[in-house]
Design a protein around this ligand. Structure first.
Ligand code: NIG
Ligand code: FE
Length: 421
């Protein structure tokens, strides 16, 4: 969509540009360098950023075109790139608040799943649902993401678990990407759970994922990534590696749910297959951390899951200090993290994972963009990038973490258009 008039956002108290980060994700001390411009402006044309600099510099260059522009006054507020959520299970129907209650009464997540609830339950509901119903429920979640300042998400299939129903989920994601302002990057996750009927022969299901689902998904072009739940009682590291290697042969880039509930060498698998990201990492080994840093695998941390499953949080501090590029995500799903609030996740990053306010902002913007291979298009405010911008009801980036538990989004701009006001 073309922006008819140029758009000028001016008088930002702090303009977080994160400039110079498009090539590769930020690591270590780089995650604290946000490229902040005090008293900043952004000049936008045709949905793209033309200039992000001081009010003075932007006025010098575009002052004579001011009368043709739409002007948004930031009035001393914080302006950042749109947030990016690199790990969601967006497309499903139903909710599982009764399982939440069971967990509060002592049942565990894996017990509920082993008894046929959990992912299996959402799979049954999603298989039974038509595309319109899936579309409608998922659309509402996208609205919530947008209201919380998220302008791009990754979305996984994985509640279909058959060729037919995995493709259905991916088609719905593709249609939502076209219709909703939030951009969606799609991941195939046929290996999200071993269906109950294959419980005694999981390798047969792995064969179906590799020989039937992957080729069918690749043929439609509906997914860019391939993900697997590598977890004790779900897919072994060996099965995970086979599935991810097979995906690579179809041009699908690997991602992995790694070391979430038990230590299981998932990070090591990620390094070996050259995964773009390894996600969760609550129980990652020191060796896994070292290998991820070595290979530049982005660590996507999902503290909403630790919070909601009442588990120990991932050690972000250790990973950042070891040189792992860290990103943050909601993991939006009906079982272990039913929230679209990436700002809440950022807050948990600070208070529960030892991250600083600067680091969580880098993790939820440019590093998150790199975790879905979009570092060149989104995640920072630099000339040529997509004009996805959030104006916050906050004077500076630290305030964003300090004033917690409320939605501080003031205005969201997607591709140069105001979509939340
Ligand atoms: O990322 N870990 C596996 N999958 C999701 C949970 C999905 C569900 O419970 O429905 C996760 O935590
Ligand atoms: Fe997940």
């Amino acid at each position: 969509t073309k922006q008819p008039k140029p758009l000028l956002i001016r008088r930002a108290g702090q303009l977080v540009t994160l400039k110079g980060s498009s090539e590769r994700p930020l690591i270590k001390g780089q995650m604290r360098e946000l490229g902040i411009v005090e008293n900043g402006s952004v000049w936008i044309e045709d949905g793209k950023i033309i200039m992000a600099d001081t009010d003075e510099a932007v006025l010098n260059r575009f002052g004579d075109r001011l009368s043709e522009a739409t002007v948004i006054e930031a009035n001393g507020r914080l302006v950042t790139p749109g947030l990016v959520d690199p790990h969601t299970h967006l497309v499903f129907v139903g909710s599982r608040e009764d399982e939440f209650e069971m967990r509060l009464n002592g049942a565990t997540y894996m017990e509920i799943m082993a008894a046929g609830g959990g992912i299996h339950r959402t799979t049954r509901a999603t298989q039974a649902a038509g595309e319109e119903e899936l579309y409608r429920e998922s659309y509402k979640r996208l609205d919530q993401f947008l209201k919380h300042g998220v302008t791009t998400i990754e979305a996984k299939s994985g509640y279909g678990l058959t060729v037919e129903h995995e493709l259905k989920q991916l088609r719905v994601a593709s249609q939502l990407n076209k219709d909703h302002p939030v951009d969606i990057v799609s991941t195939f996750m046929g290996a999200h759970a071993v269906p109950l009927e294959y419980r005694d022969n999981p390798d047969e299901f792995v064969r179906i994922v590799i020989e039937e689902m992957l080729p069918a998904v690749a043929e439609t072009g509906l997914a860019e990534f391939n993900d697997v739940f590598c977890e004790k009682g779900v897919f072994t590291p060996e099965q995970s590696e086979r599935i991810l290697e097979a995906g690579k042969r179809y041009g699908l880039k690997p991602k992995i749910h790694a070391d979430e509930i038990e230590p299981y060498q998932g990070a090591e698998v990620a390094a070996r297959v050259g995964a773009v990201s390894a996600d969760h990492l609550l129980r990652v080994s020191d060796e896994g951390i070292r290998q991820m840093a070595d290979k530049g695998v982005v660590g996507v941390l999902l503290p909403g899951t630790a919070f909601f499953l009442m588990a120990e949080f991932a050690n972000a501090r250790k990973m950042i200090d070891a040189g792992v590029p860290v990103a943050l995500s909601t993991d939006r799903n009906p079982g272990s993290s039913p929230t679209e609030s990436l700002p809440l996740i950022m807050n948990l990053g600070c208070l529960k994972m030892g991250m600083t306010p600067a680091e969580v902002l880098a993790a939820a913007t440019i590093n998150a963009a790199h975790a879905i291979s979009r570092g060149h298009e989104i995640g920072s405010l630099e000339p040529g990038k997509q004009a996805d911008v959030v104006i916050w009801d906050a004077p500076n980036y630290a305030y964003l973490q300090y004033h917690f538990g409320v939605n501080l989004v003031d205005t969201v701009i997607k591709r140069g258009q105001v979509v939340v006001k």
